[in-house]
Design a protein around this ligand. Structure first.
Ligand code: NDP
Ligand code: MG
Length: 390
C-alpha cells in the first residue's frame, strides 16, 4: 500500500490521477489532497478519499472548507507553506505534482529535498528551478518520474535505464512529438483574431486552461524541451520536435545503432499517470485502447518556429541557461493569463514573452528565494508592459 500526496487535486491532472486511484483502493491510500480556489471540489474529494491532510492555499476557499468539510480525522491547513510540509511527511511515499505554474515550485523542491518519489506533471517548476532541483535529486536519492506524456513515453522506452537527471547510455537523441495544437495549420496572419475559447479547445487533449493555451502557442513544447533537458540530461541539439497531429506516438528515443523506440497510446493522461503510479507495474485504468486500423495514418511535420516563436524562445532560454528559463516561464504565465482575460491578442503572447526575455538580464540561479523574487519582478514587468500597450 503506497501513501500518496496529490498537489493540485482539483485540476485536470488531479482528476486523471484520482480516476486511476479509484480503480486500485488496495494499492494506494490518499495521504493528502491540495486545492487553491475550488472549495466545493476539494470538499467533495476529501469526503470521498478521507485523506489525513487537506491543504487549501487560497484564504477564502480555506474558510469555506473549514466551515463545510466534516470528515473526521482530516486536518485542514491554509497557505502555500503547508504544501511544503505535507509533501515532506515521513508517511508519504509518492507525491503527484499537479499544481499549474510556478506556484508549484517550492513544493516540488521540498519533495525532492525530502527524498520522495515525485511524479511530475508541473513542468513549469522544473523549467524554472531545474538548476536547483537536479543537484538535490542526486544528494537525497529522490526520484522524479515524469507524468507529462512525452517524457513519460521516453521513460517507458528507457525502462530500467532511466535514472533521474542522467543521460542514458546508447541514446543518440530524443524526439518529442507535438500535436501542434488547434492552429498549426492556421495562417500566422489570422493569429490576431483567435479567441480564448478557440485556443482553449485542444483537438486531442482535455487539459487545464493554461497548458491548453501553451499547446496552442507551442510554448508547451518549448517548456517540454527544457523539462527533457533536465530529466534526461540531454543538450539542446539532441532534443528534436516533430508535429504529429494524431497524438498517438507520444515521443521516441533514437539509439546510436539506428533503433528507434516509441511509445504509443490514445491521448489520455490516465495512461502516463497509471504508468507513473505503478512504478514498473502496469495498472488498469479507464483509457480507451489504441486501434491502429481505425487510425489509418500517422503523419509528421516540422514545427514552424517562425509562426510559433515561443518554441524558439524556449530553446534560446535553455541555451542561455541560469535564470533565463525562469524569466521566460514567468513572463509566459502572465501573458497567457492576460490573453485568457481578454487583455491581449493571441499573437501578442509570443511578442511579450520575447520582449521580457530580452529585457531582463539572466543570472546564475542562487536559491529558491532568488527565484521567487525574480518571479515577482518578472510578473511586475510583464504586467507593466501589457498595461502600457492598452
Ligand atoms: P488545472 O488548471 O486543471 O489545475 C491546476 C491545479 O493547480 C488546481 O488544483 C488548482 O487549484 C491548483 N493551483 C492553481 N494555482 C495554484 C496556486 N497559486 N497555489 C496552489 N495551487 C494552485 O491544470 P492542469 O491539471 O491541466 O495542469 C497541472 C500541471 O500539469 C501543469 O503544470 C501542466 O503543464 C501539467 N500537465 C498537465 C497535463 C494535462 O493533461 N492537464 C498534461 C501534462 C502536463 P484550484 O483549481 O482549486 O484553484
Ligand atoms: Mg506534454
Amino acid at each position: 500500500m503506497k501513501s500518496i500526496c496529490i498537489l493540485g487535486a482539483t485540476g485536470s491532472i488531479g482528476d486523471s490521477t484520482l480516476n486511476v486511484l479509484r480503480k486500485h483502493p488496495d494499492k494506494f491510500r490518499v495521504h493528502s489532497l491540495t486545492a487553491h480556489t475550488n472549495a466545493d471540489k476539494i470538499i467533495q474529494l476529501a469526503t470521498e478519499f478521507k485523506p489525513e491532510h487537506v491543504v487549501v492555499t487560497d484564504v477564502d476557499a480555506y474558510q469555506l472548507v473549514r466551515q463545510q468539510l466534516t470528515v473526521q480525522n482530516t486536518q485542514i491547513h491554509c497557505g502555500s507553506a503547508a504544501l511544503e510540509e505535507v509533501v515532506a511527511e515521513a508517511t508519504v511515499d509518492l507525491v503527484v505534482a499537479g499544481i499549474v505554474g510556478n506556484a508549484g515550485m517550492a513544493s516540488v523542491l521540498a519533495a525532492v529535498q525530502a527524498g520522495k518519489t515525485l511524479l511530475l506533471a508541473n513542468k513549469e517548476s522544473i523549467v524554472a528551478a531545474g538548476e536547483l532541483v537536479m543537484p538535490v535529486v542526486q544528494q537525497t536519492a529522490a526520484r522524479i518520474i515524469p507524468l507529462d506524456s512525452e517524457h513519460n513515453a521516453i521513460y517507458q522506452c528507457l525502462g530500467s535505464e532511466y535514472q533521474t537527471g542522467v543521460r542514458p547510455d546508447g541514446v543518440k537523441s530524443i524526439t518529442l512529438t507535438a500535436s501542434g495544437g488547434p492552429f498549426w495549420q492556421t495562417e500566422a496572419s489570422q493569429f490576431k483574431h483567435i479567441t480564448p475559447a478557440q485556443a482553449v479547445a485542444h483537438p486531442k487533449w482535455d487539459m487545464g486552461a493554461k497548458i491548453s493555451i501553451d499547446s496552442a502557442t507551442l510554448m508547451n513544447k518549448g517548456l517540454e524541451i527544457i523539462e527533457a533537458h533536465w530529466l534526461f540530461d540531454m543538450p539542446n541539439q539532441d532534443i528534436n520536435v516533430l508535429v504529429h497531429p494524431q497524438s498517438i506516438i507520444h515521443s521516441m528515443v533514437n539509439y546510436i545503432d539506428g533503433s528507434v523506440l516509441a511509445q504509443m497510446g490514445c491521448p489520455d493522461m490516465q495512461i502516463p499517470i497509471s504508468h507513473g503510479l505503478g512504478l514498473g507495474q502496469r495498472l488498469i485504468n479507464d483509457a480507451s485502447f489504441l486501434d491502429l486500423l481505425q487510425q489509418q495514418q500517422l503523419t509528421f511535420y516540422v514545427a514552424d518556429t517562425d509562426k510559433f516563436s515561443c518554441l524558439q524562445l524556449a530553446r534560446e532560454a535553455m541555451v542561455v541557461g541560469g535564470t533565463a528559463p525562469a524569466i521566460l516561464n514567468a513572463a509566459n504565465e502572465v501573458s497567457v493569463a492576460a490573453f485568457l482575460a481578454g487583455q491581449i491578442r493571441f499573437d501578442q503572447i509570443g511578442q511579450i514573452n520575447d520582449r521580457i526575455l530580452n529585457a531582463i538580464q539572466a543570472n546564475q540561479v542562487e536559491s529558491l528565494a532568488h527565484l521567487q523574487d525574480l518571479d515577482i519582478e518578472v510578473r511586475f514587468k510583464t504586467e507593466t508592459l501589457i498595461n502600457s500597450q492598452q
